[in-house]
Ligand binder design. Structure first.
Ligand code: PCG
Ligand code: ZN
Length: 537
């Protein structure tokens, strides 16, 4: 018996050795870190913490962005579509790319999986089977010999260590570590297309694929909580990730169940919305995301779910999402002065806002994108009416009219009064639309650069075409501090403080940061005036 068991054991050991030698582990991740494939490459070492354990990633300058991302995914034991973020010691997000600068153990980054699926890491079946057989034969040999031969103990520890490596690099399956269907292998043979070389259509389709791949991920509780506050940092998210987060907003407000929205219809709708925002400096998809996220935050912070009907929340969130669809980067004044097609079509009456709204309902006119298709006619009409009012209310030419309405009703505000509620909904979409300064300075300031870039583009065109130049957009007259101090004093504070009177809990979330921003820009303004005086003198 022991002879046969020993023979079988030898065959199993041989198979195991062959399996282990054939299964390349191109870069190895241990508790201590990564080792590069090959040698002699110039490498850099990135120190980081993941799940409280110190790790190192070592890679060469010629690594691709995808390789580097996979390296970090492997360290975080996260699958290919999981969302990872790398934070520096200040808590700011650092782009995971080959351009990462080597750091020391004292200035390590923090790596976090911010969204993941809950599938466990799987071992290749062959290894499992062989290991099982090894145990079985070991016990047989043990029965006869009374002890485990050294060769078996050695091999067992090798198998253990090999398993650990496999666990850490399972996600690098694209490198051929695991067996795949032949057509899957074929698709991987073709080189990864370079994003910059893709046409707009291909780029969008890639975003769609990434979005759908990631859309089943569990977004972490921490991100979900952040998503409900103005401190949420929009800059760290890629397009597909923002689409995932928008889906989270719709699901977490229970719109899918309440309004019988099928998940694939919501995804088609969100993707179409994404496609209908233009790549312009300010009024782009990221702005749409920010406004929707602020609207979402305000709903949670004010506990609006307990005060108004869910259908009204759907109107508010969807209006925020659609409120700048297909914005061309030139405002209403320009549209009217330049007599554009939009101004002609809408008779100079809020041409842009009318257009944004028409595009929104154009998207929903396709059944596969129509999130309202399972509602009754009455519900559809109600939502359409509500969205038209909310989106048209974002025209700043109507700012005082809407704010004054709210001011008169605010002291006697009644959530069950239809007119009161409608004005409040308009106000909340407006607040969300111009809420960048309610965000942390590091998040808000880049938005101002984007806005001024769009303003300057417009005033440059106005000058070129001999049209009246909008003064607050003129690069010769406007500076960052002057633009913000006026906007905060005369637009933001009066609007935000009125809403805060209705919801005092908003003071710390939207009013205080805006006051701090005013102080900051006032100081800058004073300093630059002082500098001007001294240079003149
Ligand atoms: N100066 C300044 N203007 C802003 C800021 N945020 C929004 N706006 C303006 O407010 C407007 C709101 O409607 P639009 O999107 O048409 O255009 C926006 C900008 O003109 C800001 O932070 N600073
Ligand atoms: Zn806007």
């Amino acid at each position: 018996m022991s002879g046969l068991a020993l023979c079988q054991l030898q065959v199993t050991l041989h198979k195991l050795k062959v399996f282990m030698s054939e299964s390349r582990v191109p870069f190895f991740i241990s508790g201590a870190g990564h080792v590069l494939p090959g040698s002699g490459m110039t490498t850099k070492i990135i120190h980081f913490m993941v799940n409280g354990r110190p790790e190192q990633a070592e890679f060469g300058a010629d690594c691709s962005a995808a390789d580097v991302k996979d390296l970090f995914r492997a360290a975080a034991e996260a699958g290919p579509h999981h969302i990872l973020k790398l934070y520096n010691t200040n808590g700011s997000v650092v782009n995971i790319s080959p351009l990462l600068e080597a750091n020391s153990e004292d200035s390590y980054f923090r790596l976090e999986v911010v969204a993941s699926n809950l599938k466990s890491v799987g071992m290749p079946k062959e290894l499992d089977t062989m290991e099982y057989r090894l145990h079985y034969l070991e016990s047989k040999v043990n029965e006869d010999l009374g002890k485990t031969p050294t060769i078996i103990s050695d091999l067992k520890s090798q198998v253990e260590s090999f398993k650990r490596k496999l666990e850490s690099v399972e996600h690098l399956s694209w490198m051929g570590l695991f067996k795949e269907d032949s057509d899957q292998q074929l698709s991987k043979l073709s080189p990864k297309p370079k994003t910059s070389k893709l046409s707009m259509h291909e780029e969008r389709q890639q975003v769609r694929r990434e979005f759908l791949n990631m859309s089943t991920l569990q977004v972490t509780e921490e991100v979900r909580e952040h998503l409900k506050t103005p401190i949420f940092d929009n800059w760290q998210w890629e397009d597909a990730e923002m689409l995932v987060l928008l889906q989270v907003m719709f699901t977490d407000l229970e719109f899918l169940t309440a309004f019988h929205i099928e998940l694939d219809v919501l995804q088609n709708f969100l993707f179409k919305v994404y496609c209908h925002y233009n790549s312009i400096p300010f009024h782009n998809f990221r702005h749409c995301f920010c406004v929707t996220q602020m609207m979402y935050g305000l709903i949670w912070l004010t506990d609006l779910q307990s005060k108004i009907a869910r259908i009204d929340l759907l109107i508010m969130l969807t209006s925020a999402l659609c409120h700048d669809l297909d914005h061309p980067g030139y405002n209403n004044v320009y549209q009217i002065n330049a007599q554009t097609d939009l101004a002609l079509r809408y008779n100079d009456i809020s041409p842009l806002e009318n257009h944004h709204c028409a595009v929104a309902f154009g998207i929903m006119s396709k059944q596969e994108c129509n999130i309202l298709k399972n509602l009754t006619c009455e519900q559809y009409k109600y939502i359409r009416g509500g969205m038209i009012k909310c989106i048209l209310a974002t025209d700043m030419a109507r700012h005082n009219e809407i704010l004054n309405k709210f001011k008169t009703m605010r002291p006697v505000f009644n959530f069950t009064n239809k007119e009161h509620k409608e004005v409040l909904m308009n106000i909340m979409v407006k607040v969300s639309d111009i809420s960048n300064e309610a965000r942390p300075m590091a998040v808000a300031e880049p938005w101002l650069d984007c806005l001024l870039q769009e303003f300057f583009n417009q005033s440059d065109t106005e000058k070129l075409k001999g049209l009246p130049v909008t003064p607050f957009m003129d690069r010769d007259k406007v500076s960052k501090p002057s633009s913000q101090t006026n906007f905060i004093r005369f637009v933001l504070l009066p609007l935000f403080s009125e809403l805060t009177k209705l919801f005092p809990c908003l003071e710390q979330h939207i009013l205080e940061p805006v006051r701090r921003a005013l102080e900051y820009y006032s100081d800058l303004e004073r300093a630059s005036k002082e500098e001007e005086r001294t240079t003149k003198a």
